[in-house]
Design a protein around this ligand. Sequence first.
Ligand code: ZN
Ligand code: ZN
Length: 1207
Amino acid sequence: MPLSLCHMKGMFFHRFRRRAGPQARGVKGRTEYPPLSEQLYSDRLQSTFPAGTELFYWSEHRIHTLVNEDLVRWELGKAQGSYSNEIVDFILVHGRKLFAIAAGFDSDRTWLLRAMEFFRKNNIKDSELSAEIGAELRCLERETLTRLDSSLWTFDLAMRICDYQWRALTPVLSTDKANYDFHAKAILPFNIVGTGGMTGAFSIVHKIQIHPDHLKDPCGRFDSDRPDFFAVKQIKPPDAVERERIITSWANEAETLQKMNGEHSNNILRFVTAFTRPDVGSDKSCYLIFEWADSGCLEQLFQENPNPLLTKELVKQAATQLQGLAQALKATHELAQIRHGDVKPDNILRFGATPENIIGTLKIGDWGLAKFHKEATVLRLQNGQQTDTRYGTVMYEPPEVELGEVKLLGRQYDVWSMGCVMLEIIIWLVYGYPSVQQFRVDVKGQYRESVPCYLVEQSRESGMLKGKLQPIVEKWLDYLADEPVCAEDTALGELIRLVRSRLLVVELPPDRGRTLRIEEWEVGESSSEFRMAVRPPTAIGGNLVRSNNLRHRATSTEMANKLDAIMDDEDRPNDYWLRRAELDDVWEFEADPSFAAHTLSSLPKLPKPQAPSRLCQQCRGLDFFGNLVSIKYTMGEMRQRMKKCDLCALLQNTALKNNISPSATETVVFQRDRSWLKMNGNTHPVLSICRGRDSSFRSESVINYGIPELLESGSPAYFLFIRQWLQFCDSSHPGCRASTATQCMPTRVLDVGAIGDAYVSLWEPPSGAKGRYVALSHPWGRGPHFVTDVRNYRQHKDKIPLKDLPATFRDAVLTTRALHVRYLWIDSICIIQGPGGDFDVEAKNMERVFSLAYFVLAASRAYNQFDGFLGPRPRRGHVTLLDRKSPFYICEFIDDFKGDVLDSHLNQRGWVLQEHALARRTVFFANSQTYFECGDGVRCETLTKMSNGLEAFLGDPNFPQIIMSATQGEKIIRLQNLWKRYCTLNFTHDYDRPVAIEGMFASLLAAFKARGSFGVFDEGRDEKTNQPGGLLRRMLLWYRPLGKRPMVSIRFPPGKGAPSWSWMAYIGEIEFLRPKFGNIDWEEVQAPWSGDHAELTGVKDTALRGKVSSITGLGQGLGEGEEGGLFYDISDETWRGVKVQGQVQCVVLGVEKGQEEPGSRIHYFIIVRPAGARAASLDDIELYERVGAGYLPGKYISSSGLEVAIC
Ligand SMILES: [Zn+2]
Ligand SMILES: [Zn+2]
């Protein structure tokens, strides 16, 4: 399909056109044309290539349409003497270009007729004219013209027309031709619009437009999306030898590039064609034309996104591009049988990046010449020649370059380089660009110049060379592999494993015969210099040590296959694309357009769009809908303009709120990321951009629907809004609803009656009654408390005047009525409190009350019963802007579920953790806005939707279902995190610590099909191996983190308590020792529930049995390179107490697996001491208590001896 004009956006080429086409002017009943020379003048196009020139030409198409029969007759009619029909035919069939040249050149029409007759007589035709250098006549030449007819062609005239002809001879390039050799004077249909991009030491790259009439694409290479811009790359050989070599191999090179494009892979840089042309002062310059990389290169991706927000989409996009690059390498290795030889972030080009897909499409660029040069250099070096510099960065070079094996410079070269690039991409994803730079600094080490990721060592005995990965690179790989987001069964984990075990591997594949045949990859073999440098495979390489290790570097095919497998996410864990464990505070913000649009349309009264805000000139010029808008102001500028510009005022306030110094010279950069503005490269949004529903926008999907100003709290519209959340969840999330079969009512509920009623009453539904009720999660705060007790119980059953209820409860009643639910459960009213009440019975039902409630109301903004939660909220600052008359808003960013809810006063209550976890759905009434949480994530009143991997655990309507499909490792980390959080919460009575989590713990035990008690889970022995399971031991390995205050033993009332091995016995924050998953042999310990105890009451029933060992030889501290730590629970005094007795005792729970001696393997243990007088003796077994936890190499631990009971 020919390319059409309408693709052109830039319209550079029409700069000189004053008229749209060859319009005839009607004069006195006959057709009259403007003078042809005038038309040719106005239709001329400008070529600015090569740089610094300005040449004019006519497009091929234009000449064809302009020089038609009418015009030819009209022009020739002006000549003296008559013209023949034959000459008209000749012009129309063979000489339109010649006619244009001659007519444009001289306005004398008599001369024109003579000139055309001359061409016809001498059989000079358009088809013979060309800008290409060829054997026959390809252009008008002075000698030829004067020789043929010296009366028509004076020397001067012939010379001038030969110069003039080029403007009609501009070539039409075609993608099916690999190379053109152009005449020095040929005018190319290019406009240079920039320089840069791929420009390197040995090439100059210009960004150009190619006139659409002058680029044909019979190969369909640009069928689907024709680029607006192209790159013309001029090769700049560093020396004469290299120049000679390049020119000699040029045609082959171009053909190879063309062949590669036959693959139609998305990740192969699209090649247009190549050309040469004589240069001033030299014989020939070589050029390549490619599509222009509109988003720069991989390095630019890093630079533009120094701290990318790690989302599963981002991981997927990155893996997709790596897969594409591997396929492109595989295809070119197989098809063209060449390697690239210089894969690095500067050579990986980036296309079509958008705020939604920041990576875009990556393509390997710079195929060909850079590689040739580099290899030639390597070969020269190995022939004993020295060059002054090594070219560019050597960081991505494989070890075979230095190992002296020229023959090994096979296609595996690229695989190693891809390994380095992949590693950098993973580092960028996980830690950001500063860490990529740190990695490069680390690799460089003490060297001043760039060094590769490997090092070469010479064996002392044999003198043989051996390559290995730099230890610092190994360290980075280890470090990454330890990140929870890079766990083994995640995409990132698999990518790291691929890099380590298959890509950054010194050993080459065994079938070297195939990969090493020089002719397979050496395209430039016609170069004599190059051929001489290649030695036969057997001549070198005798000094390479090859281990017997079966591990060898992947071929590009193996690499591509492995990436295909990584992309296949079937049968993978739910969080295969992104696993969060420790990185909990990362919230993902999403648009939720269908819900948002529906909600906006169902609300009857929305605040009217306000009049547009006042803007300064700078702000008026901002394009919030363009790609990657960024606003860069100084604080001084904003301060100066804020009086007259609402946006500058908002930006200034936002900066100050985010701790930017008010100093006038301080620069602040706001960057748009989808529907948010982020500041100074941080990942967290500081402003939201939103729009109303009725507006029509340029980029529909980019800016979210939203509400700039919140609805009035407690108003009918506000409750209608909350009802939208519930109805949407009811109708779209079956998993969020309790099944009607199990909707049992609690023992008592508050009957809230109908809107307007002055009374409510306490109601005891008949046992087993089913129905819909709401539960309230609220802070008790200071007293006196409004409660039901034995004295007012009867009265409450009769009626409670609404006005008597404290504000928090009254608001709960109003909300329940407005949300069309009849019954409300409030612990203070529905449980009979105090002496004679039923708290102990009802506390056990709490799990069911919260998990069966239709939804839960959380009074997050209240501090006590009297605060209420429907009061006014702070006004949200925003400005109203217009995009083509449609209003949109820049608003204060207030979507802070963590700050408003999770870190709220309410959520610091110990009891609330399980209320939150067990609730199916919760409406949180926070100070800045209202949130709704269900299994689908968190929805904000601003219409933003947000989610967070760890919070999803507590937000799960079917808690703890969400983690049941997770790996064992993730389950454990989540449980540990849950307990960690619980240990930071507050209690009115510390002895409630085991009770306030009982319901939740019971759900967890049931879901895990585990036994256990006091926060410890025991899954028993591993079914397959019959070995002790890890869950129990890992949950026992809690400790007090360094720097945290010593824990305090809780004083339990009689009949209650917790054993010393459980953190429930203490107040204080905890952490867990985390032995590597899958890497530990667990020791025998006997849990109390492994016997037949039905109830765990006495010391005897809660004791844990294990064998006690002594820690010895620690006096001098740990040996060099050893690891270890002892952490005491209670206090330093206790530590001394233990030491006084001469030794520290421990019970080992697990030992690191490994080939090494047990003495050097890490042992994990709890620290114990004799319980002494604290406890009565237990039959014949000695009683101990836990005082801490730790880990040490085995040689510091005596072999285990006496079995003791830890109580
Ligand atoms: Zn402004
Ligand atoms: Zn839901």
